[in-house]
Design a protein around this ligand. Structure first.
Ligand code: SF4
Ligand code: SF4
Length: 615
């Protein structure tokens, strides 16, 4: 039998926690008190008032009640009983060793519970434990959380989430919890409890606003991420169809919405050829590899064309990958599936290696900046290998360097600070500097910057349909913020924020005309660039990227989106891709301003039918 001596501090904390306030270690009395659970202990073990307790606790293979060696399910507690005259020390006392067999059913957890606990054990840092233990239960965090503020629902309070994880931590991951739990002195969360609590970890956008209100600065979003990861590791989050689809789509297609590279490139190709534009694909040694988040190329690829025009007009050296078509935001922040998230990040790095680029360029998508700046180190166990540049930082530089001509508009626009980009990554000043260069009518909303309210769309707020009713209800805060500015438009550098803001504007009828009111920040920049180029007579600069200007035919075919389309046309499943494009909602939206897009699809179909190389 292996005996493990309990360190004084941990024993004290055990005793404080379980309410067993008297202890006796190595024949030294540390303190003496009455037992909170005197009656239970007395009846359970001795029938006597017990005032001295525990010399050693050991775990291991020992004979149990059934006489069998049974590794890992039994705990020995040496109970040092007092003399029959309570209050006296050992002298004359009766010393007994009691073997307490913690009943197997209390320790043998269900497989999912075990996996959940293992995940927490693996991912919890010392700082997380301090976060869990430092909570004073003052509830001030709830005063900053939109989900709780508007609904008043205690289950949406930040502490409902953290309290549950603390309970699991204490019960299953501390010695005192394992003993106290087995004695029935501390609550034992079960698999049923895990399932019951799961939805509340996704009724949270991990926005971090609650931390600002917490006197201890506890990172509740971090605890939420740990919980989501544990739900993924235990397989429990697969019960949610949306989370399951994000995991399966990422695994299968490396795209969280399940689009294939052909669908992403085919649709963008259709839009670009319709506008007579080009973008560089698979170009070696460009400065930037530009990867668009899945939400961007799934929900707003038609708006994204303006960004291609900006990059072309400024002569940026960039390339699109024909393989990496998602940034991995959703797998990292909604599903919090570390293994797949790691694979996504490694895919990026390998593709950047293959293409020989210097940096990664990304559009903020709620979480992308954070994914690569901060969370990547956690996922990879090291920093991401390439420098990350957000398109907003690049546009600001280009304007300042005179490479991107702009003429200030009078757009009356307010800014929504994305939680991840401003509160959690500190980019708020950058967005303001950029906005002030492209409009003379920028109006701050209140509160703003790190105190801004979340759009309620990120990290699953918008993606999970079961959140829709609550999200719209709590977005009254955001609607009131926007309304108070009197602005005609609200902009955000983040794609998901913009989608959520537009939903809020529609829900609360903020736009008198009902027209679109939420713009991605690059659209505001575009509004200032186009007239400036027109004035210079240089609108053509937007059409073709620098690398494809004046190149030979072979290079153009190899590295243009049009060349990609030609390659797709050689594929036997190209007609199915055209069917998909014809039914696609985004193509439908694009067709409102570009009705000829369906003529293009028809023309492509005829080309394929007449193509000698295609059966
Ligand atoms: S992270 Fe945001 S949504 Fe989640 S509990 Fe905190 S304030 Fe609420
Ligand atoms: S504000 Fe901080 S200390 Fe207070 S209940 Fe919330 S997390 Fe705990």
């Amino acid at each position: 039998m292996k005996l493990i001596k309990i360190h004084n501090n941990s024993l004290l904390s055990f005793l404080n926690y379980t309410g067993l306030n008297v202890c006796y270690i190595s024949n030294t009395i540390l303190s003496r008190n009455t037992f909170h659970n005197q009656r239970e202990l007395s009846s359970l073990y001795t029938g006597l008032p017990v005032s001295l307790y525990t010399t050693h606790v050991s775990r291991g293979s020992v004979p149990g009640e059934d006489g069998e060696g049974d590794s890992g399910v039994q705990t020995l507690i040496n109970i040092h009983l007092p003399s029959r005259s309570p209050g006296t020390r050992d002298a004359g006392g009766e010393r007994e060793r009691r073997v307490i067999t913690i009943r197997k059913e209390l320790l043998a957890m269900e497989a999912e519970m075990q996996a959940f606990v293992d995940s927490l054990r693996h991912n919890l840092t010392a700082e997380d434990v301090v976060n869990l233990e430092a909570c004073m239960d003052c509830k001030m965090c709830g005063e900053a959380c939109a989900w709780y503020l508007v609904t008043g629902d205690e289950k949406l309070h930040p502490t409902y989430k953290t309290g549950f994880i603390r309970q699991i931590y204490r019960r299953y991951m501390t010695l005192e919890g394992q003993i106290g739990g087995a004695l029935g002195l501390v609550p034992t969360p079960t698999l049923a409890d895990l399932k019951e609590h799961m939805q509340y970890f996704w009724a949270c956008t991990a926005c971090g606003r609650c931390t600002l209100a917490c006197p201890s600065g506890i990172s509740i979003r971090r605890i939420v991420r740990l919980a989501r990861a544990a739900y993924a590791d235990s397989g429990l989050s697969y019960a949610n169809p949306t989370i399951r689809s994000i995991i399966e789509n990422t695994d299968r297609h490396r795209h969280s919405f399940g689009l294939t590279a052909a669908q992403v490139l085919g649709r963008v190709g259709l839009f670009l050829r319709n506008e007579g534009l080009e973008a560089p694909v698979n170009v070696q040694n460009a400065e930037f590899l530009f990867v668009c988040p899945a939400a961007g190329n799934t929900k707003i690829p038609d708006y994204g064309i303006k960004l291609i025009k900006i990059l072309n007009a400024a002569g940026v050296s960039y390339t699109i990958s024909p393989y990496v078509i998602d940034t991995g935001t959703e797998i990292d922040h909604i599903a919090v599936h570390h293994k797949l998230s790691k694979q996504m990040l490694e895919d990026w790095e390998q593709e950047a290696d293959r293409l020989g680029v210097q940096k990664i360029l990304l559009v903020e998508c709620g979480c992308d900046t954070r994914t690569l700046y901060a969370e990547a180190s956690e996922t990879l166990g090291r920093p991401f290998r390439y420098p990350i540049v957000s398109v907003d930082a690049l546009m600001l530089d280009l304007i300042k360097q005179g490479r991107l001509p702009v003429e200030k508009t009078h757009l009356k626009v307010t800014l929504h600070d994305p939680c991840y980009a401003t509160r959690l990554s500190g980019l708020g000043d950058l967005f303001r500097e950029l906005l002030n260069l492209v409009t003379d009518n920028f109006i701050e909303m209140t509160p703003n910057r790190e105190y801004n309210y979340c759009c309620n769309g990120g990290a699953g707020g918008m993606r999970l349909p079961e959140n829709t009713a609550t999200r719209r209800k709590i977005s009254v805060l955001k609607a009131n913020q926007i309304r108070a500015t009197g602005a005609d438009f609200v902009t955000s550098p983040c794609v998901v924020c913009t989608l959520s803001l537009e939903d809020t504007c529609q829900t609360y009828q903020l736009s008198p005309s009902g027209d679109r009111m939420a713009l991605v920040l690059f659209e505001v920049v575009y509004a200032a660039m186009e007239p400036a180029l027109a004035k210079l007579g240089e609108l053509d600069r937007m059409r073709v990227p620098a690398v494809l200007r004046n190149c030979d035919q072979e290079f153009f075919i190899a590295h243009s989106v049009e060349g990609q389309m030609m390659r797709l046309m050689q594929q036997p499943d190209f007609p199915e891709l055209l069917d998909w494009l014809e039914q696609d909602d985004i193509v439908k939206r694009f067709s409102k301003d570009h009705p000829q897009v369906y003529d293009d699809i028809r023309a492509l179909r005829e080309m394929v039918m007449n193509c000698e190389n295609c059966d």
